[in-house]
Design a binder for this molecule. Structure first.
Ligand code: SF4
Length: 300
C-alpha cells in the first residue's frame, strides 16, 4: 500500500497512546515556559483544512473507519478560530464516524479568553476532553516559570470548560518549587484544584531539560532542584489539602512513585501509602540516591 507523507504530532498524553493522532497546528503559540523544550525550535503554525484532510485520508487507510479515539496536536489547538476548529472536528468525525472521544491540549489562558458560547460550540462539534498544564497554582511560581497564566485565569478557564461539558485533565508539575518553594507550590496548587474540581489531576515530576531556562538556573545555582524526599513531602502536603472531587493519576515515567485514586474517597489510603514510602526513604537514605539516578535517566 502506498501511503502519503503523514504529519505526525510528536507529543501526546500517555492516555492517548492508542488514539489516532491528527495534527491541526504545529508547535506552541506560547512557547515560553521556563521548563519546556518541546517546541522550542518550531514556529507556531495553523495547518490548512486541505493538509488536515490529507492526513485524515492516510489515517483512514492505516487504521480503518472503526477508530474510537482521536488526539489533536499540537499544544493548543483551541487558539485557532472557532469556526475553523468546528470544521476540523466535523471533518474528523466524517472520516471516523464511530469516535467516542476527541481530545486536545489547550492552555488555561486560552480557555479563560474563550467565551462560554465558543466552548459550547466546540463541545457540540465533538471535542470531548481537554488536557491543560496548570503546573502550579502558586501565583509567584507561575510567573517564575513563565507559564503565562494566573491562578484566577486557570480557575475561570477550568470552570468554563466544565460548564461547556468537557472532561478536564489538569497537569501538576511536582518538584517545580525546588527545595525552597515546595510548600507554597503544594498549597497554591491544591487551592486552584479545589476551586475547579477537574475530572483528572495528572502528576508529572520536573526534570531539567537542557536548553531550558530552568536548566540554566540550576547550572547557575539560582534554583535548587527538589530531592525525591522533598517531592514526596510536597505531594503529601498537596494531597492533604485537596478537597476536590477528581481522579488523581501518576501516569508518567517521570514520577518517583505511583499515587493514584479517587478524591476524596481514597485520599486517606493515598496519604497512608505516601507516609509509608516517606518513612522507608528516611530510614534508608541510599534509596533516595537510587531514585535520583533513575530520574536522571528518564528521557523526555
Ligand atoms: S509547557 Fe505547554 S504551553 Fe508551555 S511552552 Fe511547553 S508546550 Fe507551550
Amino acid at each position: 500500500m502506498h501511503v502519503a507523507p503523514y504529519d505526525m504530532p510528536p507529543w501526546r498524553p500517555p492516555s492517548e497512546a492508542y488514539s489516532v493522532l491528527i495534527r491541526v497546528t504545529r508547535g506552541c503559540p506560547w512557547n515560553r515556559c521556563a521548563f519546556c523544550a518541546m517546541y522550542k525550535d518550531m514556529k507556531f503554525q495553523v495547518k490548512s483544512l486541505e493538509e488536515i484532510e490529507r492526513d485524515l485520508k492516510v489515517a483512514l487507510q492505516l487504521y480503518g473507519p472503526d477508530v474510537s479515539t482521536v488526539f489533536i496536536g499540537d499544544s493548543d489547538s483551541l487558539v485557532t478560530k472557532v469556526n475553523f476548529m468546528v470544521e476540523v472536528l466535523e471533518l474528523v468525525r466524517r472520516y471516523f464516524p464511530h469516535l467516542t472521544r476527541i481530545t486536545s491540549y489547550t492552555r488555561g489562558r486560552t480557555l479563560a479568553n474563550r467565551s462560554k458560547e465558543d466552548l459550547k460550540r466546540l463541545r457540540e462539534a465533538g471535542l470531548t476532553r481537554l488536557h491543560v498544564g496548570l503546573e502550579t497554582g502558586d501565583p509567584w511560581l507561575l510567573e517564575y516559570i513563565h507559564k503565562g497564566l494566573t491562578p484566577h485565569e486557570m480557575v475561570e478557564g477550568g470552570r468554563k470548560a466544565l460548564e461547556a461539558g468537557f472532561q478536564l485533565s489538569l497537569y501538576v508539575l511536582l518538584g517545580i518549587g525546588g527545595e525552597n518553594w515546595w510548600e507554597r507550590h503544594a498549597l497554591g496548587t491544591a487551592q486552584v484544584l479545589n476551586q475547579i474540581s477537574p475530572h483528572f489531576i495528572r502528576f508529572r515530576t520536573f526534570i531539567p531539560v537542557p536548553s531550558t531556562l530552568m536548566h540554566q538556573r540550576i547550572e547557575e545555582e539560582e534554583f535548587e532542584p527538589a530531592c525525591p524526599l522533598t517531592v514526596l513531602k510536597e505531594t503529601r502536603l498537596m494531597l492533604e489539602d485537596l478537597e476536590c472531587s477528581s481522579t488523581l493519576l501518576s501516569d508518567h515515567v517521570s514520577n518517583y512513585v505511583s499515587i493514584e485514586g479517587r478524591l476524596p474517597q481514597e485520599r486517606g489510603k493515598m496519604l497512608e501509602d505516601l507516609d509509608r514510602i516517606i518513612a522507608q526513604l528516611e530510614a534508608a537514605p541510599h534509596l533516595i540516591k537510587t531514585l535520583q539516578d533513575r530520574h536522571k535517566r528518564v528521557n523526555l
